[in-house]
Ligand binder design. Sequence first.
Ligand code: NAP
Length: 273
Amino acid sequence: MLHQSVAIDTNSIWFILSSRILLLDGKVALITGSTQGIGLAIAKEFAEHNGATVIVCSRSKDKARRAAALLNGKTDYASIDVTSDASIVKSMTKVLASHKHIDILVNNAGFPFERKIWYKSLDQISITALKDILEVDTVGSVRMTKTVIGSMLASKRGGVIVNISSTPAMYGHFEGAPYTMAKAAIVALTKHIAREYGKRNIRAYTLMLGNIATEATYKFMTREERLKGAQEAAMKRWGRPEEVAKVAACVSSDYFSFATGNTVVIDGGAEMS
Ligand SMILES: NC(=O)c1ccc[n+]([C@@H]2O[C@H](COP(=O)([O-])OP(=O)(O)OC[C@H]3O[C@@H](n4cnc5c(N)ncnc54)[C@H](OP(=O)(O)O)[C@@H]3O)[C@@H](O)[C@H]2O)c1
């Protein structure tokens, strides 16, 4: 849908320059873990630039409310802990009562970046750490997907599910195997959603991210770690959360109506296959 910021005049070039496409107009999107970092950037892109109604989520209701209030556009908030069925059911019941349906789910919530887990080789990792990460990144995404797909099927509107993974899931890494394994399962989840529900007009995508500068990563790194991260990309820099958010808006839109199950790598050309 075209949104004009000025009245149409006879100058068609001016008309094009002053028009903007709202990719997600009329859609309701729920984004887990969206009070900071990549999740917040996606919420902003969807609500402020693409016309979606966005449900901002956090484990903390106050944090979600505050983040939602700072965004322009149509927003709501929900407290969702993806490790808790009770939390998901309670919040989704409220969200569906208010908004009737969810058109887009972004499974963004991720276990916090922790040096003591990430910087360990496979023989050093603890099974507890593996289970903790799987519980949030993988099982949490499955829990949310099960619930939201149920409502997408009931509404008969179809929908889009965007899952957030990471490049080690495809290429492996020198350490941090629990995270790699949790994010690899996300690719399989996407493909299952695409194959099982394609005929019901539900699409799914994996966004496979390289080094994206967020509060959780870049902010806590040493100068050397930041430089090393930048050197990994062909573009010799870290990605910005906004650059992930724009891709999320594209795949969630009707522009991707005949593409599903895809993995979109967003890593500045670090890994190419
Ligand atoms: N930054 C990168 O370089 C990078 C690279 C590859 C992939 N990723 C992935 O991208 C996503 C976002 O990363 P980010 O850098 O923006 O990290 P982040 O700032 O730590 O964001 C993750 C969010 O997940 C939420 N969360 C954690 N545990 C949760 C739970 N049990 N239930 C619900 N929400 C939970 C947190 O929100 P609350 O504390 O408010 O609940 C947090 O805001 C993650 O899945 C991450 O693995 C990031």
